[in-house]
Design a protein around this ligand. Structure first.
Ligand code: IPD
Ligand code: CA
Length: 309
């Protein structure tokens, strides 16, 4: 299990003054990293308590079954760990940044995007978290007037911390202390591009998403469905995929990861900060050498049109 209690990313982001009210992107990034790393410590420690592990076979315990509820559809889960982790994040932000607004996947938010607002996904990739597939993340972003200016995404199972501040680049801190500046791939052909995507929870949206994949698959190198949009966007930044697109993401899915991708050179197309998943707007993040051509291909197959539900 990765150790987050003394993670090098949190140590590196201790130095800057976290003056309440400051809108400085580097200050906001420090807060995002520290809050997301401490949330990852909780989620990482809680998973084996809620879900039993036998060898490599990870199944929910009886307690785990009770710890899982559903949201928009029977296939859209929320676990007790999602709820607990968001509470911790809200408490940490209230202490470090009193007065800032918060929008969270589980607890919602009651203000608009004006001013400084923290946008939080306590566990992105909840289905993976449930099944023990090691691709789930904590995502914490700071937006100013609806534009992401700082963000952190923690790959909980991998022990890695992705972060960015607008105008200051994007970084990956590994658990072993190594630090990498993130850059997108140098791909120049859509036909050679590895394209990450994801599917919503509503069956009618999935049907259309499947049709779009059928149209795109012959035109790209291959498709990946990792199961966490926040990690997909970080993988664009890290050059592990060339691009990501998905319809119907919520602001907490893209707020941190899209900035990390953008600061690594990606060209992004985002829903508005006021949008909700039901609007079905598309999110795209692409390596700069294929961004224009990919936009053309997505437009030709109808993938830039929203898929509302
Ligand atoms: C989901 C993941 C998934 C994406 C879905 C999201 P959740 O978030 O990001 O990759 O395809 O659209 O809802 O439910 O695990 O927080
Ligand atoms: Ca999510």
């Amino acid at each position: 299990m990765p150790h987050f209690d003394d993670h090098p990313a949190a140590r590196d982001h201790l130095s800057v003054d976290t003056e309440p009210g400051s809108a400085d992107p580097q200050t906001l990034r420090d807060v995002a990293v520290r809050v997301a790393v401490s949330a990852a410590a909780h989620a990482s420690a809680r998973r084996p308590q809620v879900f039993a592990t036998v060898g490599h076979d990870v199944r929910p315990t009886a307690a785990g079954e009770e710890a899982v509820d559903t949201k928009s559809t029977p296939t859209d889960p929320v676990t007790v760990v999602d709820t607990e982790t968001e509470v911790l994040i809200r408490e940490a932000l209230a202490s470090l940044r009193p007065g800032d607004a918060i929008l969270g996947e589980e607890g919602g938010g009651d203000s608009g995007p004006e001013g400084i607002r923290w946008v939080v996904d306590p566990i992105d990739g909840t289905v993976n978290f449930l099944y023990g597939i090691p691709a789930y993340a904590i995502s914490v972003a700071a937006q100013v007037d609806g534009v992401s200016v700082a963000g952190a995404v923690v790959d909980v199972a991998g022990g890695s911390v992705y972060s960015a501040a607008r105008g200051h680049g994007a970084t990956l801190h590994e658990a072993d202390g190594s630090v990498h500046t993130l850059r997108c791939t140098a791909v120049t052909e859509v036909s050679m591009s590895l394209l990450a995507t994801g599917f919503g929870y509503a069956p009618e949206r999935r049907k259309r998403q499947g049709e779009l994949i059928a149209a795109l698959l012959p035109r790209v190198r291959d498709i990946r469905r990792i199961g966490s949009a926040a990690l997909d966007l970080c993988m664009v930044a890290a050059g592990r995929v060339d691009a990501h697109f998905e319809h119907g993401l919520s602001p907490w899915d893209w707020a941190a990861g899209s900035l990390i991708a953008e600061e690594a050179g990606a060209v992004v197309r985002l829903p508005s900060a006021e949008s909700s998943s039901a609007d079905g707007d598309v999110t795209v993040a692409a390596a700069p050498g294929v961004a224009v051509a990919l936009d053309d291909v997505l437009s030709q197959v109808g993938a830039l049109d929203p898929i509302p539900v």
